[in-house]
Design a protein around this ligand. Structure first.
Ligand code: CP
Length: 308
């Protein structure tokens, strides 16, 4: 087998999309593709990753675990409920303890964004960290996965229209997706009733009419109604009647993306989820493994990759 060593840009912590350059995003995508096509090998075997999730997850947690195992990284799951955090140990002392135990990267999902600030403010920490979902604010690895998935279907995204439909107010995926789609000059339509809109999101096209908001879309991101983050009563019957995506209102040739988990027949009908437009949703899940492999490889490597 022919082996070639190739230099590659190192990635530091992954906090949000806005702190990545277009070049870094494209490098992550290219490396993800190389892993998917089995063209390159891990150089980070034997590193240690700790997964710290204090919110529920299926896709993100498992895709990080699969990505780590594919790269030969050892995975340790942190359980807050059985940890010494219950004995009032602080979060940052916990992180320092994990670092002293030899952890190379902390993969963290939390509803408490102050934890990210604590990591960012403790600049002497050597352990790297990856944001795997921060409250309603950000979910950069999902956005990188969504970008990668679109790039598998469209050679250029410049000027193409993407519509994001649903509970934008409570969605960290929407916010990170908007950040990445803006970087690549996509035309962004946000479609939501007023109770799911966020007027702080600017430089996008807001619609409260589903049909107008879907016009010209090459891809549509459907969002779940995030009941766990909603403390008021929302008019679900109104939402389903006016915003649910179905076979009749969905643009015929558009791709349907969904970060998951799906609540069938609430944001999207079961029938549309079974159509070919929705094949992209499981592609996103598969692609998420390769994108996370690329992020981990770039973060933990000593500046080289091995090409097969
Ligand atoms: N997309 C996503 O974050 O899904 P999970 O909540 O299942 O990880």
């Amino acid at each position: 087998m022919k082996i070639r060593v190739v230099f590659s840009m190192i990635l530091n912590n992954l906090y949000d999309i806005n702190s990545l350059t277009i070049r870094q995003i494209d490098e992550i995508s290219k490396m993800a593709r190389d892993f998917q096509l089995n063209k390159i090998e891990s150089t980070v075997k034997g590193k240690n990753a700790v997964i710290y999730f204090d919110e529920n997850s299926t896709r993100t947690r498992f895709s990080f675990e699969v990505a780590c195992r594919n790269l030969g990284i050892r995975v340790f799951n942190f359980n807050k409920e059985t940890s010494s955090i219950q004995k009032k140990e602080s979060f940052i002392d916990t992180v320092r303890t994990l670092e002293a135990l030899g952890m190379d990267v902390l993969i963290i999902r939390t509803g408490d964004e102050r934890l990210f600030n604590e990591i960012l403010n403790n600049k002497d920490l050597k352990i790297k960290f990856i944001n795997a979902g921060c409250s309603t604010k950000s979910h950069p690895t999902q956005a990188l996965t969504d970008y990668y998935t679109l790039k598998r279907h469209f050679s250029s995204l410049n000027g193409k229209t993407i519509s994001i439909v649903g509970d934008i107010l409570h969605s960290r995926v929407a916010r990170s997706d908007i950040e990445i789609f803006r970087k690549f000059d996509m035309n962004i339509n946000l479609v939501a009733p007023v109770y799911f809109q966020d007027i702080n999101i600017k430089n996008v096209n807001w619609f409260d009419n589903l049909y107008e908001g879907l016009k010209d879309a090459c891809a549509v991101v459907a969002l779940r109604v995030q009941n766990e983050r909603i403390d008021t009563t929302i008019p679900l019957i109104h939402y389903v009647k006016n915003y649910r995506l179905d076979i009749n209102n969905f643009p015929q040739n558009a791709l349907l993306l969904h970060p998951g988990p799906q609540n069938r027949d609430i944001e999207v009908t079961d029938e549309l989820l079974k159509s070919k437009n929705a094949n992209t949703i499981l592609e996103q899940v598969t692609n998420g493994v390769y994108v996370r492999m690329a992020i981990l490889q770039k973060m933990l490597s000593d500046n080289e990759i091995v090409q097969k």
